[in-house]
Design a protein around this ligand. Structure first.
Ligand code: HEM
Length: 399
């Protein structure tokens, strides 16, 4: 069966607005199926929890972007996989191991616990700014600035350039956003180059300084430094912004769950896991390819084929989660795949969860009433099948 999941027609909009009925149908009818992706390229889409989880930890599914790019090109496809941006998420060992090792110390549970005051300070400042206004766009005014301000503080990026980071990262991730992928990466490279030069002259306690020093010690190339920063900047905010927007919307849809959460504030970490399962911010894991023929749920995927693993589909699989389409905040099941699994499991998972907990707690603490201020059907969703998130969420706040 070939299903288009990537065309810009009306089916796409319906899929973008609510992908779960289509994913459920595909998971039921053909859990490992060929789908049209980009111009002229077919990729395998895997939607069952067990299959997705197994593939995430299986080294026969490679990530090396140069090889994925070659496979896409051979199929005559026009997919932009960004092969000049080579980072840990689109590399295989030993490059992946080397790159991840260089930075993983910054994001351990212990180091992230110590970031709590900084996260609370930034979240508190943003929420205070919302108090004066009756209606706000919760995405533009809170969900977006919070994680980007945090990752910029860790990287050592000037906060006054936030708007540029947003423009670049939207152009890199979303087609038809006004700026091309190539222009965004070129602009970002020039900008980074200038910042790195400044850090060499005046070192600071930030990731950029660490990377400049590692570069000078020959531990990674200049191109790898740029790519690492791209990945941290984009991975560090495009995900949490989605989590915050969709979690708030989910609470507005489920007043009983909102009331329960207000009454059980200590349950926030467990609730965040359920938000991550219910609306997985990264709905598709990044593109993989088969290094040899692999049989998944009885279907043989030949070698050198592109594969998409549906994290959103897996996290709604009724074979793994009872009543998967219901938001149940006390589900108490952290076995979701929203952070991936295996070698590439999210490096920032502790930070992402902390941001979610602090942000949602702060919102509930400060505002006793939160109401949707737009027609639900008109809410704009991000126009990509890879991420699940709202572009804006107008709400009225009381309290
Ligand atoms: C709620 C927030 C987040 C979600 C849902 C999320 C999700 C994910 C997922 C699904 C992957 C694996 C993708 C794949 O295997 O194809 C991943 C990888 C990654 N994430 Fe996150 N992420 C979040 C927050 C963050 C933050 C805050 C950072 C910043 C430090 C970050 C940095 C990374 C990096 C560097 C990788 C690549 C790891 C590797 O290849 O070894 N993420 N993330």
């Amino acid at each position: 069966m070939t299903t288009a999941v990537d065309d810009a027609g009306s089916r796409m909009s319906a899929f973008i607005r609510d992908p779960y009925p289509t994913l459920a149908r595909i998971r039921e009818a053909s859990p490992v199926s060929l789908v049209a992706y980009g111009e002229g390229v077919s990729v395998w889409l895997v939607t069952r929890y067990q299959d997705v989880r197994a593939a995430l930890v299986d080294p026969r599914f490679g990530q090396d972007v140069r090889r994925s790019q070659a496979i896409a090109a051979k199929a005559g496809g026009g997919i932009t996989l960004g092969s000049d941006v080579v980072h840990m998420l689109n590399s295989d060992p030993p490059d992946h191991t080397r790159l991840r090792r260089l930075i993983q110390g910054v994001f351990t549970r212990k180091r992230v616990d110590a970031m709590r005051p900084m996260v609370e300070r930034i979240a508190g400042g943003l929420l205070d700014g919302l108090r004066e206004r009756q209606q706000v766009d919760l995405v533009a005014d809170f969900a977006f600035p919070l994680p980007i301000m945090i990752i910029c503080e860790l990287l050592g990026f000037p906060p006054e350039d936030l708007h540029s980071y947003r423009t670049w990262s939207t152009a890199i991730l979303t087609r038809g956003s006004g700026m091309s992928f190539e222009q965004a990466t070129a602009e970002m490279k020039t900008y980074l180059h200038e910042l790195m030069t400044a850090r060499r002259a005046t070192p600071r306690d930030d990731i950029l300084t660490d990377l400049a020093q590692a570069r000078d010690a020959g531990e990674l190339s200049e191109q790898e430094v740029f790519s690492m920063v791209f990945l941290l900047l984009i991975g560090g905010h495009e995900t949490t912004v989605n989590l915050l927007g969709t979690s708030t919307l989910a609470l507005l849809h489920h007043p009983d769950q909102l009331a329960w959460l207000r009454a059980n504030r200590g349950a926030m970490p467990m609730a965040v896991d359920e938000f991550l399962r219910y609306e997985s911010p990264v709905s598709m894991a990044t593109m993989r390819f088969t290094t040899e023929p692999v049989t998944v749920s009885g279907v043989e995927i030949p070698a050198d084929e592109l594969v998409l693993l549906s994290l959103g589909g897996a996290n709604r699989d009724p074979a793994r989660f009872d009543d998967p389409d219901r938001l149940i905040l006390d589900r108490d099941d952290p076995g979701h795949l929203a952070f991936g699994q295996g070698l590439h499991r999210c490096l920032g998972s502790f930070l992402g969860k902390l941001e979610g907990e602090v942000a949602l707690s702060g919102l509930l603490d400060r505002f006793t009433g939160i109401e949707l201020a737009a027609d639900e059907a008109t809410l704009p969703w991000r126009n990509t099948i890879m991420l699940r998130g709202l572009e804006s969420l107008p709400v009225t706040l009381r309290g």
